[in-house]
Design a protein around this ligand. Structure first.
Ligand SMILES: *Cc1c(COP(=O)(O)O)cnc(C)c1O
Length: 420
């Protein structure tokens, strides 16, 4: 009889067998109590961008813990929170100047949605309280976030009775390298939704360029440029969920940079702290912030998670960004991208529908999810921790992985098809 006191995520507990216990980790490897070690192909849900037990990051945790592990942000400031806010203003796209912290990606997105609604409320636009989102989107597991995830393919259709109804445009189909011509159909679909419903839409949410949990759908920066214009035309705030794409995953520090677009609100989490402590940032432009700036206390933003601005998390994030810049991670990501492109883009097999690569992200999309059954054990026997979902076999490695180690991962991904 298995021990069921620990309830695992996204799994039927009755059929789940978790046999291996992680003891530690080092660089791109997860190490188990039985002595086995595996290369982590997806860096713990895409957040451990420095790999495990990075000496500078763990040192930053020790140093900050010796000073101050936590203090409320209500009416008190702390140095790591102030410094991180300034650093994020400096490195995010021009114009994003005001940072609101919270404790996870989902809550960061909840904050963005509340901010968008109140932005309009504070200006007397009381009918603008709905969101526009994309099919194939994933924005988190809390109730507000579930309501803006793909309502059919997403994991949350079961809860549709609980969730508020928002407006959805089709997922963009024109690829990352598409021409302006090829993007027009996607934009026409978005325009239709805005034309019909703009009077009640407060914000349009996207995962820029890479719809991650929705199947690693990679789309054109031109879509973001055209969507920016539509948002301005129809008076809708443009909100970038860079929880997954932020901090290099698409090849630039932020996906927004490819399109040279500044969103009105941007959300960061996952890579923000290099995964070492949970935290998130919702960052707003002056225009958004100014709608709350008033002598009227009723226009204040009424939100404040217990752990927002946690000094430990902020100190870790500061160190994470310092290491990212110091060790030229964008250069490393370009090398990883080259290897992923060389190894996977031309991979052909009867079971395979498509292969895509962007930055340090690569996916083999299969025709039928059944052809990925057993891949996790197969990869583990070959030294790789690889977790597929649905029809997607993918890697989002930590950036400190060597190209030789990454090739071991892409080899396992390909051998799964050729040896089966
Ligand atoms: C993971 C993710 C979230 C949710 O973040 P949590 O920290 O798990 O709450 C939101 N948006 C995107 C794009 C994500 O990948």
């Amino acid at each position: 009889m298995q021990d069921t006191s620990l309830w695992f995520p996204y799994a039927q507990m009755k059929h789940l067998e978790v046999n291996y216990e992680v003891e530690t980790g080092e660089g791109p490897y997860i190490q188990f109590t039985n002595g086995m070690k595996l290369l982590d192909a997806t860096c713990s849900w895409w957040c451990m961008i420095h790999g495990y037990k990075h000496p500078d990051i763990t040192q930053a945790i020790h140093d900050q813990a010796d000073k101050l592990a936590h203090v409320m942000l209500g009416g008190l400031k702390n140095r790591p929170a102030v410094d991180l806010a300034n650093k994020l203003v400096e490195i995010t796209p021009e114009g994003l100047n005001h940072v609101f912290f919270s404790d996870s990606g989902s809550v960061g997105m909840e904050v963005a949605m509340k901010m968008a609604v109140q932005f309009w409320q504070n200006q007397g636009r009381t009918q603008k309280y709905k969101m526009a989102s994309l099919m194939r989107a994933y924005h988190g597991d809390t109730t507000g976030c579930m309501s803006v995830c793909d309502p059919e393919e997403g994991m949350h259709s079961l809860f549709s009775g609980l969730l508020p109804k928002h407006h959805f445009a089709p997922a963009p189909t024109a690829s990352f390298t598409a021409t302006a011509e090829e993007v027009t159909a996607d934009i026409a679909e978005l325009r239709k939704v805005f034309e019909q419903h703009h009077e009640e839409i407060a914000g349009f949410l996207v995962e820029p360029l890479l719809q991650a949990a929705g199947g690693l759908n990679m789309y054109s920066p031109i879509y973001l440029q055209e969507a920016r214009k539509l948002c301005d035309e129809f008076e809708i705030l443009f909100i970038f969920d860079e929880v997954a794409t932020g901090f290099g995953r698409t090849g630039k520090l932020f996906a927004a940079e490819y399109a040279e677009v500044t969103p009105d609100i941007m959300v960061l989490s996952k890579g923000l702290t290099g995964g070492y402590v949970g935290h998130a940032a919702t960052i707003a432009t002056d225009r958004v912030f100014d709608a709350f700036w008033d002598d009227d206390a009723g226009k204040a933003f009424m939100h404040g998670p217990t752990f927002m601005g946690n000094p430990l998390a902020c100190a870790v994030a500061l160190k994470s960004i310092e290491v990212f810049e110091r060790d030229d991670y964008l250069g490393k990501i370009a090398e990883l991208n080259q290897l992923l492109s060389d190894e996977l883009l031309n991979f052909k097999h009867d079971a395979v529908l498509d292969t895509r690569v962007l930055g340090a992200t690569a996916v083999i999309e299969v025709k039928d999810a059944a052809s990925l059954k057993g891949v996790q054990d197969f990869a583990a026997e070959r030294g790789v921790w690889l977790r597929s979902f649905g029809r997607y076999l993918y890697t989002m490695p930590p950036y400190i992985i060597t190209t030789e180690q990454l090739k071991q991962i892409t080899d396992v991904m390909k051998v799964w098809f050729t040896e089966n």
